[in-house]
Structure formats: structure tokens, C-alpha cells
Design a protein around this ligand. Structure first.
Ligand SMILES: NC(=O)c1ccc[n+]([C@@H]2O[C@H](COP(=O)([O-])OP(=O)(O)OC[C@H]3O[C@@H](n4cnc5c(N)ncnc54)[C@H](O)[C@@H]3O)[C@@H](O)[C@H]2O)c1
Length: 368
């Protein structure tokens, strides 16, 4: 399944990241965002994304898709075959926006929500026409570089919609992972939230500063996680006996006071001031845009390094990086279709591709 025309509802940090990934894949995107500054902000993110893609593709980028700003949600989604919602994380707002998307989008269009943790079942109740086409497509910032997207279906989501969503995300260079059971925060944010909670305690209790905590992470297990994740790293840490030995050795620690887990530090002004002040000091005067550039360069460098591993086949995100850069290079080398040729092609009846059929099929059975 490839997308001809996409719509982005919400063009903030995440929405703009989606726009950048789609547009850099040659896809036209229509954006709706009521913020009068939206076009400028999306432009800034596009600039950063273009810069990062130029590093990934020294041979040149594909022709960009067209960006348009719609005045209403109805206008943005009218002829879209894929819609990604990225409005602020409030259930009432998600309901309002998804209801409107549902009312005006073509029945066959897939609707993805960027929500970080709201269950799709709780969102799709607002979609009165076609709730079966809603999936959570939870990305990671920056969306134009990090390939993972967690795909989650709700009680009313058709299995076929999940399949089509997977194809769509994969077609723009992402790695969709379908979450087997619908839970709040899915897998990524459940893990991140646990780490974040502990980090807040450690700083609040004066055990370390935010900078020290980040150093402890980025000079050690952060590097391991980027290439093997958690379980495979621990398997290796068990020595020749592997995972069983690792678990025998560290299993008992689960009962030791190694974690505050469910205890949450009181979220008050004092905590916010403490963290924000230390974070300002850690930035050493670098602006957010400057930090974004550094982050993007590092991410491209990490993915490129991983792409050369495993006898050149790439390892983890590096293997996908190889495929993605090849796909973009192929797209970049495509000759633009002349208007006459495009007209002639449009005049011929086009065979329905597999995805069209599967979209049709999505009138079938509901997810159990
Ligand atoms: N920031 C992250 O790291 C991150 C990561 C993954 C997922 N998410 C999820 O993505 C979604 C968006 O988060 P964000 O960080 O981009 O927030 P953001 O505040 O940067 O952007 C939200 C945008 O939505 C716009 N908006 C508000 N009301 C709207 C409406 N009625 N219609 C259309 N647009 C509207 C705002 O003007 C703003 O530009 C949230 O659900 C969030 O949980 C965020």
C-alpha cells in the first residue's frame, strides 16, 4: 500500500515530524492546525529533516510532496487516503477531532493517532461512521528519523485496518510493531515512564543531577540499548550460560530496595524548578534548535554505523536504514512523469492492487 495523499491533523512537534517524513517520501500532505504559527513551526521542522536526509542521501533527495494548509479538518481530509492525528494528549480533544475526521474522510482512509498512551477503544467511540479504521500509530520523536511505530487496534478496529496501517507505515521507511494487547501507554511509554519516574526521584533526592543521570545513561547502557535492546543485552551479560544465569544472579534483586517503582514524586513547582534549572545548566546555552541538529546528526551517525555491521547487511535499526536509504535513492532517481504520460496512464483502467482489495475487505469481520 502506498499513499497518494495524506492529511496531518495537528502540526506540533509530532505532527510536523510526520509531515516531514511523508513529504520527504514524495507524498502530498494537507495540514490542519489552528495555531497561527503552525506553518512557521512546521517549516522549521522540515528544514531540520531535510538537513538530516541530505546527510543520509548524499546522492540527492526524492522530489518532495506538496504541503498545503487547510482551513478546516473537513478540507484537510477530504481526499486523503491516510490521516495521522497528532493533537494534544487530551481525550476530549481527541474525541472532537476524531469525530470530525471520521465525518469527512473517505470511508476507505486509514486513521492513525499519535497518542502516547490513550487506548484506541476509548478514542474510537467518538467515530460514529467508521470506527473500524482507527489505529494508534505511536511514533517516537523525531518522527522523520526514528523508525519505530507502535500499532495498536481497539475493540472496534478491524484486523484488516491494522494490516493496511502496517503497510502504510512500512512504505515510508518505518518499522511497525503491533502491540498484542491494548493497554494504556502501550510498550514504549510504559518503559519510558518507569525510567522517568525513577529519574525524577534520583534528582529530587539529590542523588545525582540531570546531567549526571544523562551521562550515566549515554556512556553506558544507552549505547547497549540502541543496538540490542534490553533482553538480548542481558542474555550476553549472563556470560556463557546466557539468560538463565543472568536471571539466577539478578532475580533476587527484584526484592531488594533497588527501585521505587510505583511511588511517584509529588509533581509540584519545586520539582519542576529543580529539574528545569538543572536542565538549563546542562544545555550550556545551546538552543532547542541547536540541540535538535546535534541530536539528528548523532542519530544519523548511529544508524549509519549500525548499517555497516553484520557483514554490511546492517544490524537492528541499521538494517532498516539500509533498506530505507535504498528506497529513497530509487525514488530520487525516478524520472518525473510528464503531464501527457500521466494523463494517458489515468485514462487506462488501473488494476486494483492488493491493498485496495484489503481495504475493501475491511467491511468484513470485526476484531474479537
Ligand atoms: N512530543 C513527543 O515526544 C511525543 C511522542 C510521541 C507521541 N506524542 C503524541 O503526539 C500528540 C501530539 O503531541 P506533540 O508533542 O506534537 O504536541 P504539540 O503541543 O507540540 O502539538 C500539538 C499541536 O496540535 C495543535 N492543535 C490543537 N488543537 C487542535 C485541533 N483542534 N485540531 C488540529 N490541531 C490542533 C496545536 O496547535 C499544536 O500545534 C500527542 O497525542 C502526544 O501524546 C508526542
Amino acid at each position: 500500500m502506498t499513499i497518494e495523499k495524506a492529511a496531518a491533523i495537528g502540526g506540533g512537534v509530532i505532527g510536523a515530524g510526520w509531515v516531514a517524513r511523508l513529504v520527504l517520501n514524495g507524498i502530498d500532505v494537507s495540514i490542519f492546525d489552528p495555531d497561527p504559527e503552525a506553518a512557521r513551526k512546521v517549516g522549521e521542522v522540515m528544514k531540520g529533516a531535510r538537513r538530516a536526509y541530505k546527510k543520509m542521501l548524499p546522492g540527492g533527495l526524492p522530489k518532495e510532496g506538496k504541503v498545503t494548509y487547510a482551513k478546516t479538518i473537513a478540507e484537510a481530509v477530504a481526499d486523503a487516503d491516510f490521516i495521522q492525528e497528532s493533537v494534544p494528549e487530551r481525550l476530549d480533544l481527541k474525541h472532537k477531532v476524531l469525530a470530525e475526521i471520521d465525518l469527512h474522510a473517505p470511508a476507505s482512509a486509514i486513521v492513525g493517532s499519535s497518542t502516547s498512551g490513550i487506548k484506541p477503544t476509548d478514542m474510537q467511540v467518538a467515530m460514529k461512521k467508521h470506527p473500524e479504521r482507527l489505529v494508534v500509530g505511536h511514533p517516537f520523536n523525531p518522527v522523520y528519523l526514528l523508525p519505530l511505530v507502535e500499532v495498536v487496534g481497539g475493540e472496534q478496529t478491524f484486523p484488516e485496518a491494522i494490516e493496511v496501517a502496517k503497510e502504510i507505515y512500512a512504505s515510508i521507511g518505518m518499522k511497525p510493531v503491533v502491540i498484542r494487547k491494548e493497554i494504556e501507554a502501550f510498550v514504549g511509554d510504559r518503559l519510558l515512564e518507569a525510567a522517568w519516574r525513577e529519574a525524577l526521584w534520583l534528582v529530587k533526592d539529590g542523588i545525582c543531577t540531570v546531567e549526571e543521570l544523562d551521562d550515566i545513561m549515554r556512556y553506558s547502557f544507552g549505547l547497549r540499548w540502541a543496538q540490542m535492546g534490553m533482553f538480548q543485552v542481558y542474555r550476553v551479560a549472563g556470560g556463557e550460560a546466557g539468560m538463565r544465569h543472568f536471571m539466577a544472579q539478578f532475580g533476587p534483586c527484584l526484592k531488594w530496595p533497588w527501585t521505587k517503582l510505583m511511588d511517584v514524586p509529588e509533581f509540584n513547582d519545586e520539582l519542576v524548578d529543580l529539574i528545569a534549572t538543572q536542565s538549563d545548566e546542562q544545555a550550556h546555552g545551546l538552543s532547542i534548535r541547536e540541540l535538535e541538529k546535534i541530536r539528528d546528526d548523532n542519530l544519523v551517525a548511529i544508524m549509519e554505523a549500525l548499517s555497516k555491521q553484520n557483514k554490511g547487511k546492517g544490524w537492528g535499526a541499521g538494517a532498516l536504514h539500509n533498506d530505507y536509504t535504498k528506497q529513497l535513492a530509487r525514488l530520487a532517481s525516478k524520472k518525473p512523469v510528464s503531464k501527457a504520460a500521466a494523463k494517458a496512464k489515468a485514462a487506462k483502467p488501473v488494476k486494483k492492487d492488493k491493498s485496495e482489495k484489503s481495504k475493501k475487505k475491511s467491511g468484513g469481520k470485526k476484531k474479537g
